[in-house]
Write a protein that binds this ligand. Structure first.
Ligand code: KG4
Ligand code: ZN
Length: 362
């Protein structure tokens, strides 16, 4: 079956075409076996240049840009995959969470296409897309696993027992980890998005010269908190002269300490989640999972528990259409064959716990 994935929840227009080599519903009642899938084509348009001027995503500009990009990207992926519209057997589209306008553009596009082609649609939860992406093309990873989801809008620890069966173990009580990176970058006068910029600058910085807190570290909870860190960075930046007058050395040292503080908290909570559940696999996904210090630290600490850590390939860490097509395909393999195109809604706020099997009809 050929699956089209459509992602427009924030500032990336992502499309992908996958070929799935398993019959729909084959996974129902059976022990979970990783299905076979081949990536035929993918295309991604990042709006980073569009929003950079404003230091963050401008929702209305995001929606308008998705609208401009979707058709040419679709034509491109179909051409590259050597398929045409009528080959599509399933469309997966991000239904939420995300920016309402951006989601509406993607869903209108996907449901319109599905109506024209008489093809079912699986509405995909964006975080489930991230969560399942490390399973793509990896035979060694099976359920159950603990997932650390770290994106610009979310930071959660979950236990995944099968596709569609997730238990929330802990989550941020305020800012997301990606947000902490982005706000630190802003305070340091760096560009948007902040995570990669802070990480790059931190390479030449010294950890510990500035002191930043590790919120909720050592407390008996799997919840996380990053708002206090942002305030502490602001205080240190002011002490060192303010954003505009920071020396290059201070800038790099604050970046290094901020990155270390975020990573320390994420690692400690992930390891605590592995210990608490007794699970031996940790999946890390979402934009922040691209962070190299986070990867090295998690690998080191998890190995002490004989646990393995799985990451998506670097090009699938941030938002993309492949993870949406893949999540839709995995849902279909579990018997969630989607719904015929018809009325749809978007879910800008959508707890993952509400996206369990069987799927609600759109
Ligand atoms: O998952 P994602 O692409 O979009 C959301 O769903 O939010 O995540 C974007 C976030 C941004 O906050 C960005 O600064 C962060 O991921 N990010 C990173 C790195 N690459 C992206 N944070 C730290 N280190 C990185 N290398
Ligand atoms: Zn994301």
């Amino acid at each position: 079956m050929i699956v089209l994935g459509v992602e427009t929840s924030c500032d990336e227009t992502g499309l992908a075409v996958l070929a799935l080599d398993f019959p729909v519903g084959a996974g129902v009642g059976d022990e979970y076996r990783p299905p076979q899938a081949r990536l035929l084509a993918q295309a991604l348009h990042s709006q980073v240049d569009l929003h950079r001027l404003y230091g963050g995503v401008v929702p209305e500009l995001a929606s308008r840009d998705h609208l401009l990009r979707l058709m040419p990207l679709l034509e491109g992926v179909l051409r590259e995959a050597g398929r045409d519209l009528h080959d599509l057997g399933l469309i997966g589209v991000t239904q939420g969470p995300g920016l309402a306008g951006a989601l509406l553009v993607g869903c209108s596009f996907a449901y319109g296409l599905a109506a024209a082609l008489d093809c079912p649609v699986v509405p995909v939860h964006h975080l489930e897309g991230h969560l399942l992406s490390p399973l793509f093309g990896v035979d060694s990873l099976t359920f159950p696993f603990v997932a650390l989801l770290v994106s610009g809008g979310h930071t959660q620890l979950l236990r995944a027992d099968k596709v569609g069966e997730y238990q929330l173990l802990g989550e941020t009580i305020d800012d997301a980890a990606g947000e902490a990176f982005d706000k630190t970058a802003q305070l340091l006068g760096l560009g948007y998005p902040g995570g990669p910029e802070v990480a790059r600058l931190a390479e030449s910085g010294q950890v510990g010269r500035f002191s930043l807190p590790r919120p909720l570290l050592g407390r008996p909870t799997l919840d996380l908190s990053f708002a206090g860190l942002k305030t502490a960075v602001l205080t240190q930046v002011r002490k060192a002269g303010g954003t505009a007058d920071l020396s290059a050395v201070d800038r790099a040292d604050i970046a290094a300490e901020a990155q270390q503080a975020i990573v320390d908290v994420l690692v400690a909570k992930s390891i605590a989640a592995l210990k608490e559940t007794g699970v031996k696999s940790l999946v890390v996904a979402g934009g922040v999972s691209a962070n190299q210090l986070l990867r090295q630290s998690l690998d080191k600490e998890a190995s002490k528990l004989n646990a393995s850590v799985y990451y998506p390939p670097l090009n699938l860490c941030t938002d993309n259409g492949v993870m949406i097509a893949w999540a839709a395909g995995l849902r279909a393999a579990q018997g969630d064959c989607g719904s015929p195109a018809g009325a749809f809604s978007v879910r800008p706020r959508w707890p993952l716990s509400e996206r369990q099997l069987p799927a609600p009809l759109a």
